[in-house]
Design a protein around this ligand. Structure first.
Ligand SMILES: [Zn+2]
Length: 355
């Protein structure tokens, strides 16, 4: 929990006395938190670097979606923040995820493609990538007469969550499942926990495509706090598992564009650079001044000490990836904090046994 290693404890104690005087004067102005009470306005909100054009995908239409071909009869739909995919077959459509933000536009996109190609537009199957509501919340729009497929933990988690918008899967599997519909083949696999315990790899061997949601967001840094990944080490390892598959096109579940193998490599370098920076910060940032200032307020000292570690690790990464990965200046720090905690708590680096 606390980052105060035993090695820093003598420093901490020696600074307590001096810091007492500082601690005795509460910062009344800061405690009042005036700025938080004000409504947001463009004048007071922070500015960030422009988004590199390479991070943006095609424009959405008047209804707020874009549908495009991935390869052959595999298509993707986006509202520029979320993505779903669908495969048209002679026997009906297989849908992959149903984000509520795309909602009724899923069927509109399917109908647009199906009518242009003269194939059935009825969704017969929905494959769930993982249990999260932001990727499945439009599942119930497709009614009860659809076969839903998901990993066993997806079923378990959805049964617990009991959300009528996300019916539990009818077909489940533990590690592998091959779905065959209308002459098409889709390989589903669970390779261990990452973003969630149930997140799966969806491989389209006939379409040179892999779908893996909430791990790599092509040309964007991860969402806040490393995509809120439940298993940080599993999520760091996931791109290597993804790269072991043969594919050219990547569907990451987020933002406005598809990904390439190069995009995934850039993402892996970004995470590797954060890890290297964190390991340096654990050695380089001296905890003593923080404990000197905050005395027996251990949380204040830890917060500011870790903030300094995060800044030390993240600053060069932000600089390196601005213009390469969108929003590097927005979320790199929160992701660095999560990776810092995982390096300390999961890997045990920087934990020192009291003598
Ligand atoms: Zn998720």
């Amino acid at each position: 929990m606390s980052s105060t290693s035993s090695a820093s404890a003598p420093n901490r104690r020696s600074f307590l006395a001096r810091s007492a005087a500082v601690a005795a004067v509460p910062a009344v102005a800061a405690l009042a938190g005036g700025a938080l009470a004000e409504p947001a306005s463009a004048g007071t909100l922070p500015d960030y670097a422009p988004i590199p054009p390479s991070a943006l995908g095609p424009a959405v239409n008047a209804q707020g979606y874009y549908v495009g071909r991935v390869q052959k009869n595999l298509y993707w739909v986006t509202d520029s923040t979320y993505q779903a995919a669908f495969l048209t077959t002679r026997d009906g459509v297989v849908l992959f995820d149903a984000p509520p933000t795309i909602g009724h536009n899923l069927q509109r996109a399917i109908d647009e493609v199906a009518s242009a190609n003269g194939v059935p537009g009825k969704v017969t199957h929905i494959v769930y990538s993982h249990h999260h509501a932001d990727h499945l919340g439009a599942s119930s729009l497709f009614g009860r007469n659809v076969t839903r497929i998901g990993q066993a933990d997806t079923r378990r988690l959805l049964a617990e969550e009991n959300d009528p918008a996300r019916p539990v899967p009818d077909i489940t599997f533990d590690t592998r499942y091959t779905l065959r519909v209308g002459g098409e083949r889709i390989d589903l696999a669970w390779h261990g926990t990452n973003h969630t315990p149930d997140n799966i790899y969806i491989h389209f061997p006939g379409h040179d495509t892999l779908m893996l949601v909430d791990i790599v967001l092509p040309r964007w840094v991860p969402y806040d706090s490393f995509n809120l990944n439940e298993d940080v080490q599993g999520s760091i390892a996931a791109p290597a598992t993804a790269m072991a598959y043969p594919w050219k096109h990547f569907i990451g579940g987020h933002m406005g564009r598809l990904g390439t193998r190069d995009d995934m490599t850039v993402y892996q370098r970004y995470v590797d650079d954060i890890i290297a920076g964190v390991k340096k910060a654990l050695v380089a940032v001296d905890p003593a001044p923080f404990f000197a200032k905050y005395g027996d307020n251990s949380w204040a000292a830890v917060q500011q000490y870790q903030k300094a570690q995060v800044d030390y690790a993240a600053a060069p990464v932000i600089k390196k990836y601005l213009g390469v990965l969108a929003a590097a200046d927005v979320y790199t720090a929160s992701t660095t904090f999560v990776i810092l905690e995982s390096i300390r708590l999961d890997l045990g680096i920087d934990s020192q046994v009291h003598s």
